[in-house]
Design a protein around this ligand. Structure first.
Ligand SMILES: Nc1nc(=O)c2c([nH]1)NC[C@@H]1CN(c3ccc(C(=O)N[C@@H](CCC(=O)O)C(=O)O)cc3)CN21
Ligand SMILES: CC(C)C(=O)C(=O)O
Ligand SMILES: [Mg+2]
Length: 281
């Protein structure tokens, strides 16, 4: 008897979205993108998103640093492997961390190749515009799909003087537009535009041939991304303006911890169901 495969059929591998599938979304329905750093989160999000980004924001969100600068390539690879292994539908993209690609196209290729080979992810993301065009072309020509990232580039926090929105004056607006064009022309398959004035992000989206993925950018972008912990209420009281909270899991975690603490102290936990006892009778 033959059976019709359904989306819940786990006997066949699901067709995972590829970088070319993502690129084909230019001007189509918005791309849904979220960050994931762990296997359980990847499992929960995978059926709902097109892209899972293993972002170097994990340095701030998971490891508590005040910038992304100290994140190591090995850390990105460990988290990338967890996310790629626990997902089957989304296109998994891993951020190249600070100082793992800025030195030369050769350095970028060596480290991006490790990411693809050791994680199972399909693509890397790197920050920067015209100054990274040569590197993006070098990787793209050698089998490494690249997602770009312009506007507010957190790895340049020291050069930018803080996590502040870009494109506020004419010179900055021109720079973001030129960067977006350079990344697209260099052969990136998609482009994150972060923390950029709405008009500028909208114009950049019109100016490039690849999908733009906004975060604090514009609803007109070809997709949107947020840090998952931010929208779940798990990343602290102060979040960037561009975050919308869709749940308050922080409060749920605190309430669960408080109930557990009460039950341990009163010896209500563990109860009979949580203990190994000889069968009676
Ligand atoms: N949890 C988290 N969410 C993020 O979106 C995120 C990270 N971490 N870490 C890496 C980068 C850093 N990002 C940030 C961090 C802070 C602001 C921020 O505080 N912005 C202020 C405006 C500051 C100003 O203009 O002076 C804001 O109110 O949005 C923005 C982006 C975005 N990325
Ligand atoms: C916020 C996204 C775009 C990112 O680069 C990250 O999570 O590191
Ligand atoms: Mg990042």
């Amino acid at each position: 008897m033959s059976t019709t495969p359904t989306s819940t059929d786990r006997t066949k591998p699901a067709k995972r979205l590829t970088p070319p599938d993502i690129a084909a979304h230019k001007g189509q329905t918005p791309l849904v993108c979220l960050t994931a750093y762990s296997a359980p989160m990847a499992r929960l999000l995978d059926g709902h998103v097109d892209v899972l980004l293993v972002g170097d924001s994990l340095g701030m969100v998971v490891y508590g640093a005040d910038s992304t600068l100290a994140v190591r390539l090995d850390t990105m690879i460990d988290h990338g492997r967890a996310v790629a292994g626990a997902s089957r539908h989304a296109c998994v993209v891993v951020d190249l961390p600070f100082a793992s690609y800025q030195e030369s196209p050769q350095q970028a290729f060596r480290n991006a190749a490790r990411v693809l080979a050791e994680t199972g992810a399909a693509a890397v993301k790197l920050e920067g515009g015209s100054e990274m065009a040569e590197t993006i072309a070098f990787l793209a020509a050698r089998g490494v799909p690249v997602m770009g990232h312009v506007g507010l580039t957190p790895q340049a926090v020291n050069a930018l003087g803080g996590f502040r929105a870009r494109g506020r004056d004419a010179a900055e607006a021109d720079k973001v537009l030129a960067d977006a064009r350079a990344v697209s022309d260099a052969g990136a398959f998609a482009l994150v535009i972060e923390g950029t004035l709405e008009d500028v992000a909208r114009e950049a989206t019109r100016a490039v041939t690849i999908p733009t993925i906004g975060i604090g950018a514009a609803a007109d972008c070809d997709g949107q991304i947020l840090v998952t912990e931010d929208l779940l209420g798990l990343s602290g009281p102060r979040v960037p303006r561009f975050v919308k909270r869709y749940a308050d899991l922080g409060s749920a975690v605190e309430e669960a911890a408080a109930r557990y603490a009460t039950e341990v102290r009163s010896r209500a936990f563990p109860g009979p169901d949580q203990l190994y006892r000889k069968r009676s009778g």
